[in-house]
Design a protein. Structure first.
Length: 231
């Protein structure tokens, strides 16, 4: 079951897409969009998570704006204030915990591209975010300084495409080092022969079915290990 919802982030309404499993409840996952916006692919990720037994909420960080044009997507991403995105992600996690649909008071995060970068930072912005799966993170906010100490006891799983290593590999390695230094767990998996957005099956020119399936399975294994309870 899935529906559009509106929650509150600070004093602003925040639309989103909520998908629930057949059981009606389960571990919670916040799904963070690519730079295109809350497009059908991201909703399909939430639906897949629900089919796998999770309660998935994808907040619309661009608040109704979406595009298929790379130049416009880049403008949307660069116009997004990371502090605003952090507040929205924390609000989504809080909504899941308070919804009555989620087991326990901890949730996970899954994000892609721009959303992968935000997913990697997400455990620092909410006490309710325990773990994160970040697919090919983009890091367009060099002035943002996460509170890495908030990663203590938490876990990050990074799915890095081989083509991105020259541009983002050093940043990801540095972030993984910060996470480990502050008591968290950081695992970086690099997928040989893959291009950016290899998980996106709406983009056949870059989609890699085997890498996408492996990244998905690894992510769900982490979510189950950390979020299944007992409660």
């Amino acid at each position: 079951m899935a529906d559009t919802v509106t929650i509150t982030s600070g004093s602003r309404p925040l639309p989103g897409y909520l998908a629930t499993p057949p059981s009606g409840s389960g571990p919670g996952i916040v799904v963070i969009q690519e730079w295109w916006g809350l497009v059908p692919h991201i909703r399909s990720v939430a639906d897949r998570l629900a089919d796998a037994g999770f309660v998935a909420l994808a907040p619309d960080l661009f608040r109704g704006v979406a595009t298929t044009e790379p130049d416009e997507a880049a403008k949307l991403m660069m116009g997004l204030e990371v502090s605003s995105a952090a507040s929205d992600i924390a609000a989504a996690a809080d909504h899941l915990v308070r919804s009555g649909l989620v087991h326990g008071d901890q949730v996970g995060v899954m994000g892609f591209c721009m959303g992968g970068g935000l997913a990697l930072l997400a455990p620092t912005v909410s006490p309710h975010i325990d773990c994160t799966a970040a697919f090919y993170p983009a890091m367009p906010w060099p002035g943002f300084h996460p509170l890495w100490a908030n990663y203590s006891g938490k876990e990050a799983l990074v799915h890095q495409c081989e083509a991105d290593v020259p541009s983002t590999g050093a940043d990801i390695a540095r972030y993984a080092g910060e996470i480990a230094a502050h008591g968290g767990i950081a695992i970086v998996e690099t997928y040989a022969g893959t291009q950016h957005a290899f998980f996106n099956d709406d983009r056949p020119e870059v989609f890699d079915a085997s890498a996408a399936a492996l990244g998905w399975d690894r992510s769900l294994a982490m979510f189950h290990r950390r979020l299944d309870g007992p409660f």
